[in-house]
Design a protein. Structure first.
Length: 384
């Protein structure tokens, strides 16, 4: 389930040609109807206030998801039309402010299905209680060498989609995951860097749940080592490495330097990735090498090598691009949709242009020696 976070700010233009500051300061609240959520809904609270510059700012809370405060990043009020863009989670809101200023009827878009989000101005008597924010998650000790104390592996259901997530307790949960997917994650390799093995290595899909034997959230390296051990113990994976020169994509720094923001609040936390490319692919708390690993595993038809020299520095950014046919196939998005009669002038650029324009990096073809994993043995998973 996507976590929902919002942001806000603004000016208003009223009939008669006069621009007037329209105060919508106060507390606004409404619910998204989501069947998978507790009680079938997610309650949203947005607190709007005025800045010293006489603009508006806002903080949003998804109170059924822990109530963590999130600052607004964009909001406009033109006449009675309210628009909010939430870059961090690829969300957009558009609504109409009522004539009496007590409600906003609107739609929240995050992913393929727009959802109604109608907000009402809250009073002291009607305002929902915002829970205290959850404490920061506890990380595993850096010197810990965790294993999965308990791991369950089951065949995936046909309607599931690929996911690989770690929750606040450190539990790993995957859906619609092949052994090839687990190898790609655990060893940072592209499918072209996996040689040999049976056909089911990529075709059979599993749901994996793993409970670590050490308290806390693992680092990305600790998580990869745990998955490596799982592959060896439950799938009897054995392999050797060879080095081959392959066609790759290299990521380098473009002229003018990087345009991405360093993440300094949680440098040891796990990276996060998600979102459709055309709305914005979210990258959180990730090094460029980790970003390269995700791109090669999910979007690009050959390995991606980080040659930026940026090391282990973590970044936050959103990348918007229009995938080509091969990128859609790699990501599981299906075939290219029927082309519109008139090209969309607002469509984002191709991936290579987007990386240079939006990130200040450069993605280009090259030849490079890379490690190849040669499968010697792999079995169907052992009993749970």
């Amino acid at each position: 389930m996507n976590k929902l976070m919002l942001w806000i700010v603004a000016l208003a233009a009223w009939p008669g040609g006069a621009l007037l500051a329209q105060s919508i300061a106060g507390t606004w609240q409404g619910a998204l109807q989501i069947p998978q959520a507790p009680n079938g809904q997610l309650r949203i609270v947005i607190k709007v206030s005025t800045t010293d510059a006489d603009t508006l700012k806002a903080v949003m809370y998804s109170i059924d998801q822990g109530g963590q405060p999130m600052n607004a990043n964009s909001f406009t009020l033109q006449g009675s039309t309210v628009k909010m863009a939430v870059a961090g989670i690829n969300g957009n809101y558009e609504g109409k402010l009522s004539a009496d200023g007590t409600s906003i009827a609107g739609t929240w878009t995050q992913g393929p299905m727009p959802l109604a989000l109608n907000l009402k101005r809250a009073t002291n008597e009607t305002a929902w209680t915002i829970p205290d924010p959850l404490p920061p998650p506890k990380m595993m000790p850096e010197d810990a060498k965790p294993e999965f104390e308990v791991a369950t592996i089951k065949p995936s259901k046909t309607e599931e989609r690929f996911s690989l997530l770690v929750n606040r307790s450190g539990m790993l949960n995957t859906t619609d995951t092949s052994v090839s997917d687990l190898i790609k994650f655990a060893y940072d390799v592209h499918p072209k860097q996996i040689s040999g093995g049976p056909a089911w290595l990529a075709s059979d899909k599993f749901d994996v749940t793993g409970k670590p034997d050490t308290a806390g959230i693992p680092s990305i390296n600790q998580l990869k080592v745990m998955v490596q051990k799982l592959l060896a113990e439950r799938f009897q994976l054995k392999f050797h490495r060879e080095q081959k020169e392959l066609s790759v994509y290299s990521i380098t720094i473009a002229k003018g330097g990087p345009k991405i923001t360093k993440e300094e609040s949680n440098p040891k936390g796990l990276p996060g990735f998600g979102g459709p490319p055309q709305r914005g692919f979210n990258v959180r708390n990730s090094s460029i090498a980790e970003f390269a690993s995700v791109m090669q595993a999910n979007f690009l038809e050959q390995p991606v090598v980080d040659q930026t020299g940026l090391g282990d520095v973590k970044y936050d950014f959103v990348l918007k691009w229009t995938p080509d046919a091969s990128q859609r196939q790699m990501s599981g998005a299906g075939p290219e949709p029927t082309a519109p009669a008139v090209p969309d002038p607002d469509a984002p650029p191709d991936l290579f242009t987007a990386i240079q324009q939006q990130l200040g990096l450069k993605l280009q073809s090259a030849k490079a020696p890379v490690d190849v994993i040669v499968i010697d043995r792999v079995d169907k998973p052992s009993e749970n």
